[in-house]
Design a protein around this ligand. Structure first.
Ligand code: ADP
Length: 546
């Protein structure tokens, strides 16, 4: 017997329709590429998203056609989130920090028909446009009078003149909720990037999940600022969860330095933010250096790579800001787990609570986890035994776009699980902790060393601004860890002092063999440390005594 409830599909257009009707006067504030601050409301956003949808009709784009963006977090990009997906096309958010060759490869693979870009990325577009034959329209996300002249891109138009003449009257179409809504490529540190094709259903369910109190806990009283880029896994779903809850949105545009972020947060009363650890470290440095305080910020989600415990402590102790440590991947939309305490943990001593909050956290309803060994056997959830992390759920990837074979691992019941490439432990309460990416684990004498543990200790040293642990070849032990360190400006620490800092904190054999001081650690397209590049840079390095 079937239930007798309405069968309304879960569609992205419903999010903006909801925000327009029930939170119409709530603001969306954006720092523009031009440097000024733009503000309008969900009502304005919805009207302009409809204009964009009409423009796509006029352009002759079919249902399912791909429209690409190369853009910062800003209102025009947000209009694309709704105008493109809501009208049944697929929004392909491209990471502009990728190498031009990779960008061209991705555009061709996705067969993008329209590409809209912030003028910051004009040189990138100039470098790739001739290699992108599927793109029939290039659109600069700017006012008509800001359109770059003599750009050498045939038919280039400004976004404002492109959508300006279109009507804002448009009826959002209804279609199957499993229809593709967005496309995002993994950064492809090995081989070609792979396309993850989200659906309306997966994104709307993810938006519900993300907004829960034990997850991002968003409400119509919040002001949310996604610092995580909208070209990186949909800014962790915030462009969808914000209209779903009716919170005010603040989009920081290209100004991602500590000073600009801080000033925008203070000016707009940001209560909630989200981003990768390197951004939060930068902001912390800025606020500390200026003796500043956060007057409105209460919570921030930090994820995308392991958040050093010292960073969580600093925000809590010095500024009263709660850090929510989260884990996820492009393939998981991205939220998989987030760390918040359970009721039974409230009576624990602070130190015990902090141990839990440093973990990557508990799964959000909808997501299920397993850890397995190399023979595929489930490992115990004792918080100590680690295994390869598998995940399944309605917002987890089934197969890659144009992928030939399924990436999934199947269990005895025939359920497909996505192997994350991460190695993790799970404790009896379901708190997952990432030991490492399997490719970053250091194998020393048949035992594994977690590079994250080694980095977290270095990051707790007051003279260390950034630290990356990598394994170096060793004739006897296979690999031995070294720690590559960027010192804080003006701070001093010697190799010997830093190595001594590890004593008593981890087993002796896990202590790095050496410290290498560098001016900078290479960062990837999403602000994460790029260990592949670091290994390349240190290819002539030899361990002491080897
Ligand atoms: P890429 O970094 O390759 O672009 P993703 O952005 O999808 O791809 O990154 C996913 C990976 O980032 C995870 O598999 C995991 O290794 C790492 N990661 C994400 N969040 C965390 C976290 N909180 N702690 C440790 N690692 C994390």
């Amino acid at each position: 017997m079937l239930g007798l409830m309405q069968k309304q599909p879960l569609l992205i257009s419903s999010l903006i329709q909801f925000a327009e009707r029930y939170h119409g006067d709530t603001e969306v504030v954006s720092r523009r590429v031009e440097g000024d601050v733009h503000r309008y409301t969900y009502r304005d956003l919805a009207a302009r998203a409809r204009q964009l949808a009409n423009t796509l009709e006029q352009e002759g784009l079919q249902f399912g056609d791909r429209v690409a963006s190369l853009a910062w977090n800003g209102y025009r990009h947000l209009e694309m989130y709704f105008g493109v997906s809501g009208s049944g096309r697929v929004l392909h958010t491209i990471n502009p920090r990728l190498h031009p060759e990779q960008v061209a490869w991705i555009v061709n693979h996705a067969e993008d028909q329209v590409l809209c870009f912030d003028t910051t990325f004009l040189p990138l577009v100039q470098a790739v446009h001739a290699q992108c034959p599927t793109v029939k329209k290039w659109v600069a996300l700017c006012d008509a009078d800001k359109l770059p002249t003599d750009a050498g891109i045939p038919g280039l138009v400004s976004y404002e003149s492109w959508i300006g003449g279109a009507s804002s009257t448009y009826t959002w179409p209804e279609f199957d909720e499993n229809t593709a809504s967005g496309l995002c490529y993994t950064s492809g540190t090995t081989g070609h990037p792979k396309g993850v094709l989200y659906s309306h259903r997966s994104n709307v369910l993810h938006a519900y999940g993300a907004a829960l109190p034990d997850v991002m806990g968003l409400s119509a009283r919040d002001t949310a600022m996604p610092v995580v880029p909208m070209f990186h896994v949909n800014a962790w779903g915030l462009p969808y969860s914000a209209p779903l809850t009716g919170c005010k949105l603040v989009l920081p545009g290209p100004a991602l330095d500590g000073k600009s972020l801080y000033e925008l947060m203070e000016a707009e009363g940001v209560t909630f933010a989200a981003g990768v650890p390197t951004i939060w470290q930068m902001l912390l440095n800025h606020v500390r250096a200026g003796g500043l305080k956060f007057s409105s910020l209460r919570r921030t989600v930090i994820g995308g790579s392991a958040c050093p415990p010292a960073l969580i402590d600093a925000y809590r102790d010095e500024f009263g800001v709660t850090v929510l440590h989260a884990w996820g991947m492009t393939e998981t939309s991205p939220l998989g787990t987030l760390s918040t305490l359970k009721r039974k943990h409230l009576s624990l001593p602070r130190e015990e609570q902090m141990k839990l909050l440093q973990k990557q956290g508990r799964p959000i309803f909808g997501v299920d986890l397993r850890i397995i060994d190399s023979a595929g056997q489930d490992q115990p959830w004792d918080g100590k035994t680690y295994g390869d992390l598998l995940i399944r759920g309605p917002w987890i990837i089934d197969s890659y776009y144009k992928g030939e074979k399924s990436p999934l691992v199947f269990d005895a019941e025939g359920h497909g699980w996505f192997p994350t490439g991460d190695v993790a432990t799970i404790d009896p309460d379901g708190f997952m902790q990432i030991t490492d990416r399997s490719k970053d684990l250091i194998k020393s004498g048949g035992e594994w060393i977690s590079s994250i543990d080694i980095e977290n200790i270095a990051m707790a040293h007051p003279a260390v601004a950034m630290a990356a642990c990598i394994g170096m070849p060793h004739p006897k032990w296979d690999e031995r860890p070294i720690i590559v360190v960027v010192k804080r400006p003006g701070a001093e620490v010697t190799r010997e002092e830093l190595l001594a800092f590890y004593e008593g904190k981890i087993a002796k054999w896990q202590i790095p063999d050496d410290v290498v001081f560098v001016d900078a650690i290479p960062l990837g397209a999403t602000g994460k440390m790029l260990k592949t590049k670091l290994r390349e840079q240190l290819k002539d390095y030899k361990l002491p005594g080897v």
